[in-house]
Design a protein around this ligand. Sequence first.
Ligand SMILES: *Cc1c(COP(=O)(O)O)cnc(C)c1O
Length: 338
Amino acid sequence: MTLHIDLQAIVANWKALAAKASGARAAAVVKADAYGLGAAHVAPSLYEAGARDFFVALASEGRALRPHLPDDARINVLSGHMEGADLTGLVPVLNSPEQFFRDRAMRPGKPFAIQIDTGMNRLGLEAGEWSAIRAEVLAAKPDFIMSHLACADEPDHPANAAQLAAFRAMTDDCGVPRSLAATGGILLGPDYHFDLVRPGIGLYGALPFANAQPVVRLSLPVIQTRTVQPGEFVGYSATWTADAPRRIATVAAGYADGILRSISSKGASLYAAGTACHVVGRVSMDLITVDVTGLADVPRELDLICPEQPVDRLADFAGTIGYEILTSLGHRYHRTWQ
Ligand SMILES: *Cc1c(COP(=O)(O)O)cnc(C)c1O
């Protein structure tokens, strides 16, 4: 079970997104262990390529990443200053008046950033809270002010322009660097770029960055093969029955490894050097069954994620998004970084 991660492709995707937002500095979002691909490998590669701003979700993620980056790399924590968090060497993105006052009381003079809510209603100060404390916040000199777009993957969604207008109205006269765009926002164009952009998923080769280089190949070993006769079924609940003699390979990975059970019977394949072999029957915890009748020779490994079936295509079969496929990839894979 090998998860091949192409660090050169991640760097190329970062550079491509940075070039699309050439008026802004490009950060790198490496939360959830760089979307499952290994922040301790991804972040130093991007640092080497020129990234100096990184985002994680939790202080604990930031603490784990800190030793892997030089001191001049800024690690921003999106959940802000939560009670009991160790923020040594990190920059909390403060999300509420409560977080702001807690942070200033506990970390006076230490760097921080501010998030304001422009319509997503998830994180950040509401407009009223912002106007109530903005003078005090600005006097404390935040590194930057940010907000987050809810619908940036849908360029025509009216929420994009509405959030942009709200962000401008709340920050135009602040004189502080600003950040609004993640991957989707970068693709919306320069109005959305401001001073710092925060690409995540696009670095890892998935939508909405349609022109991304592929980053991940997932190769799964074949444990055994067998021939099933017409009328015989395969797997739990007997959801698939052979209509003709079929060669079935049993492969060593399952939903415990993030191969979502919902891809069962949806037409997903494993690939042998470009040849598609359908997944048949249910995905089980540690195993998948695959129809390899069409192969002259069954290789030792079959690929589930590869150029023929990228992350987003697998996500379609599962009824989800590339983000969930990547962040679900489990701990049992042998990860390699080239
Ligand atoms: C996850 C996240 C990002 C990165 O988003 P992508 O869509 O993966 O590019 C940027 N900003 C915030 C606040 C996030 O939560």
